[in-house]
Design a protein around this ligand. Sequence first.
Ligand SMILES: [Fe+2]
Length: 281
Amino acid sequence: MTGSPELRPLGETLGTEALGIDLSRPLDDATFGWIERAFAEHPVLVFRNQNLGPAELATFGRRFGGPRIHSLVKYRHSEYPEVSWLTNVDADGKVDWFGVKRATDWHTDSPYDDDLPRLAILHAKEVPAAKGGTMFADMRAAYDTLPEAMKQRLARLVGLHGRGDGPAGERLYNGDLERQTDRDYAEKAHPAIRIHPVTGRPLLFVNPVHCHGFVGMDKDEAWPLIEELAAHSTQERFVYYHSWQVGDVLMWDEAATMHRGAGDYEPRERRIMLRTIVYPN
Ligand SMILES: [Fe+2]
């Protein structure tokens, strides 16, 4: 490391650039420690002008925990299964329409898995000329600004998370996910309020793609509540829109944020990224 890395805000709420780090080189412990401390306070952290292959991205991800093979078979990297492709281009070079619409509503990744991911990392390889961004919502601020009565109500609620069968998931996928996946997923239960394992801050943990109910509550009551919480969490003041540049490495905290593809670009333009997702050790 030459000189100390620095932080520079990108958005009003989330989005922070880390300057002065080359992720293609082995990270010494001091630099890694600096990244860990920065990430605890800045849960969407961006490193510009990087050039990583899948092996290097996997190595960077492994510093933070255990990698996981992606659930969607067709997007797995053939040599490095812990790395996957986020792409709108099919194997034959044509537009992959599922790739275009995939993940374009608010969610956290894989709350239907046996354990919850810690963070995910995207590395932009090809990006549209304009738009095609990824949006992030601050679930710390979302919790903090809930009315006190709602905080108390949610403290007793346990969310039920499936594979894209929440209200926004049904609108978005309409059953497509099942056709793209290689196994069945059981429903998983998670408290509606989580405590962040590093910072100790309370977080709202309800997203409208995967969360489809609450223990002991009818759908008629649960779905409006899920939609209300989603609208609250994604107010403009809590949202950061990341405009991608080729070479960006962006890592986000899966507990402290929700995210979505903005889905606002011309699908004829290529949008290709490498992704890895990391679980707590
Ligand atoms: Fe996602």
